[in-house]
Design a protein around this ligand. Sequence first.
Ligand SMILES: Cc1cc2nc3c(=O)[nH]c(=O)nc-3n(C[C@H](O)[C@H](O)[C@H](O)COP(=O)(O)O)c2cc1C
Length: 187
Amino acid sequence: MTSRLAKIDVPKQWGPFELFQNWMAEFTSITKLPVFLNLATASSDGYVKNRFVELQELANDGILFNTCDNSPKVKQLVRIEGIAERIPGKMEENTFYAEPLYAQIRSVLIKDQSMEVNWDELKNQHDEMLAKVKSGEITLSPPENLVVYKIVPTTFDFYHSGENEIADRVLFTQETSGLWKHCHITA
Ligand SMILES: Cc1cc2nc3c(=O)[nH]c(=O)nc-3n(C[C@H](O)[C@H](O)[C@H](O)COP(=O)(O)O)c2cc1C
């Protein structure tokens, strides 16, 4: 039995964003699913928390996700293999209107994330709002507490493996000049 090397080929001139875009396109074409990130943050007393967020956009210098203004992840954002920056301005509108209607309604209804909720009450509120939107009685707009963050990475660690393959990793790091360099690292 032989093992193959799951080598990650990085085309010349490609930086981490091109490779990430390429991997993302392959993932979405196969799965037809949105891309979710596992976002880890640490509080000032060192308590680490992980949760999923949906990747909204891959910009040329960062990764955008949206969330609720007063959620713990916003208070805890420090470093995520890079810096997370709040994007002021109109981005909330873009990400809000790109969401399906049920998700827009959820954003409008939910003032604070992670609060105990009466599911039936919330469902009724949802259905009432849905009816009003559908009849044209109201139009939805992004709530104040919807915010967009951009993760501006300073390192990217790509890992690739398959069945009976020796895994490969490519680590990209950004030099102070802004240029990215990469090397293969042990997996
Ligand atoms: C698949 C999936 C996608 C999610 N996407 C988001 C998202 O884009 N933004 C968000 O604020 N929460 C999202 N959530 C909920 C978060 O994982 C998390 O539970 C919530 O934001 C509260 O986080 P916090 O209290 O740690 O700040 C998602 C959850 C799952 C399972």
